[in-house]
Design a protein around this ligand. Structure first.
Ligand SMILES: CC(C)(COP(=O)(O)OP(=O)(O)OC[C@H]1O[C@@H](n2cnc3c(N)ncnc32)[C@H](O)[C@@H]1OP(=O)(O)O)[C@@H](O)C(=O)NCCC(=O)NCCS
Length: 227
């Protein structure tokens, strides 16, 4: 992969994230930064999407876009705008697929040139952020029953983050909203398996499984999946 050059110098505060890249089965550009990211700016077509946003939202959006743009440079491409598309999905330049996430002071992005996989999804959540009160909304009865007595909140958060990563990967293909309880996730050490419970157009029939990986990183749960 290419590295920042004289034409496209590295932005201070953005760094490669090998832990994130290692979660995916194909080589990707993976970048992270803290939020807010000093010196980061938006392209005009990106500005439009957050013109009315509060400062916190603006900061996370800008940091995520900076990581995403740095992924393009890592892939040997020219920096380009990544506007907001249907239902919030990022519109990557032609020939590129990727995903963006941000949470609690960290922003991340991954990208690769089309070909190896159809789509990528990543998600980061503060560890233990999914409380018992949220289980009925984001977990299926089977997932709730399978929660371990120890590290229960971390496991619940990993299930949740696995679903959000899967959602971000599947949406650009299916263009369908999929609720948390329409997929079932089984968790193992560093891995997860998403099973769709109903047919999702262009993704899979009910019962089909998709495998992803997860890890703990700086007090967060990080998930990634490629479709
Ligand atoms: C869209 C959603 C997944 C975002 O997750 P989140 O934890 O709230 O926020 P994150 O910071 O991790 O991710 C936000 C980024 O996801 C990306 N994103 C948002 N909507 C998207 C979509 N429809 N498709 C792909 N990526 C999307 C965007 O890049 C966004 O950042 P940006 O607005 O700054 O560009 C979540 O808000 C949501 O709506 N979930 C409901 C659906 C779901 O998760 N179902 C699970 C079963 S499949």
């Amino acid at each position: 992969m290419n590295r920042p050059t004289m034409d496209h110098p590295a932005i201070a505060g953005i760094e490669a994230c090998p832990s994130l890249a290692a979660l995916l089965p194909v080589p990707v550009a993976a970048m992270r930064c803290t939020i807010p990211l000093a010196g980061a700016s938006l392209w005009p077509s990106e500005e439009a999407a957050i013109a009315q946003a509060v400062a916190k939202r603006r900061d996370e959006f800008t940091a995520g876009r900076a990581c995403a743009r740095h992924c393009l440079i890592e892939l040997g491409l020219e920096p380009a705008p990544i506007p907001v598309g249907e239902m919030g999905m990022p519109l990557w330049p032609d020939g590129v697929t990727g995903s963006i996430t941000h949470s609690d002071g960290i922003a991340m992005a991954v990208a690769l040139r089309d070909g190896a996989v159809r789509s990528l999804g990543i998600d980061i959540e503060p560890a233990s952020s999914v409380t018992d009160a949220m289980h009925a909304i984001v977990l299926t009865p089977a997932e709730r029953d399978a929660l371990p007595p120890q590290d229960r909140a971390i496991a619940a958060t990993a299930l949740f983050a696995a679903k959000e990563a899967f959602y971000k990967a599947q949406f650009p293909i299916s263009r369908r909203f999929v609720d948390y309880r329409e997929v079932g996730v089984e968790l193992a050490e560093g891995r997860f398996s998403v099973q769709v419970q109903s047919d999702i157009p262009s993704i899979g029939a009910a019962g089909q499984r998709f495998d992803g990986r997860w890890c703990m990183l700086d007090g967060h749960v990080l998930t990634a999946i490629a479709l």
